[in-house]
Design a protein around this ligand. Structure first.
Ligand SMILES: C[S@@+](CC[C@H](N)C(=O)[O-])C[C@H]1O[C@@H](n2cnc3c(N)ncnc32)[C@H](O)[C@@H]1O
Length: 256
């Protein structure tokens, strides 16, 4: 706890984004990964395998952009640095472990960016804002764009910041989240290069006692990508979230 509070205080992150909870979220993902490392491994390996297959299918070798690069857990950075002249890693902010890993490769740069383009506007908003087009850097020049396990996360902090508004009914907030997700998918689909989307789409809480399952759509009603590969991510096996159930996410991968 003390270590996490210190990391939060000392890690550079624009103040509005810190207030929105992005840095806290990154620190929490790192802590959970440390606790559930073994359970996460098949999911991380499956994502890396999708990335390597997409690299093999990409003819251009100039620029690769990785969106939601975060802790680089699912990013085969060495393979990307070997395959492309430049690799740009994009996330809202960075923990020390990602900075240190990126520093090993002179052609890899970190870019701090809110790819929704909406987060800061949600802080202290007086009305639910209209969702702009996604703000993914270098999209027009990239030979390969990778969106790695971040799509379902994109609307969450903005949604939370809007929840206090009188107009923010669950329906209004769900529509807002759907629009954020749709903007990201649309930007990937319109990228001139190859785009790979890896995302969790459904959460399932499976009761240990009798196997009963409670499912939740992580894309707020946005159509799930079809036709690609899929697997389960054992995100929080009991007792991580609760001793009574395992939390697992369905993940799908597809090229756009
Ligand atoms: C589940 S984590 C996956 C991280 C990463 N792929 C890895 O292997 O460590 C989701 C990531 O999405 C990032 N993210 C969430 N909202 C974002 C936004 N608006 N712009 C850029 N990145 C965002 C988070 O900071 C986090 O790093």
């Amino acid at each position: 706890m003390i270590r996490e509070a210190l990391v939060h205080a000392l890690t550079p992150c624009p103040r509005p984004l810190k207030r929105l909870g992005y840095l806290h979220g990154l620190i929490a993902v790192e802590a959970r990964w440390r606790r559930c490392r073994e359970a996460w491994q098949p999911h991380l390996e499956a994502t890396r395998a999708q990335v390597e297959a997409a690299v093999a299918a990409t003819p251009g070798r100039d620029l690769c952009v990785v969106v939601g690069a975060g802790l680089l857990l699912d990013v085969p950075l060495e393979a990307l640095a070997a395959a492309f002249r430049r690799v740009v890693l994009v996330d809202v902010c960075w923990l020390g472990r990602s900075r240190r890993q990126a520093r090993r490769f002179p052609t890899v740069t970190l870019e701090s960016r809110d790819v929704t383009g909406i987060a800061a506007a949600c802080l202290d908003a007086t009305a639910v804002p209209a969702v702009p087009p996604a703000d993914i850097p270098h999209l027009a020049e990239a030979d390969l764009v990778l969106s790695l396990n971040c799509l379902s996360q994109l609307p969450l902090n903005p949604r939370h910041a809007l929840e206090h508004l009188p107009e923010a009914t669950p329906e209004v907030l769900d529509a807002f989240c759907r629009a954020v997700i749709a903007a990201h998918v649309q930007a990937l689909a319109q990228a001139p290069g190859l785009a790979l989307l890896v995302t969790d789409v459904t959460a399932e809480r499976v009761l240990r006692a009798d196997g009963q399952c409670l499912a939740e759509d992580l894309l707020f009603g946005h159509p799930h990508p079809q036709g690609g590969d899929g697997w389960w991510w054992d995100l929080a096996p009991a007792p991580e979230e609760d001793r009574r159930w395992d939390l697992r996410h369905r993940v799908v991968a597809g090229r756009l």
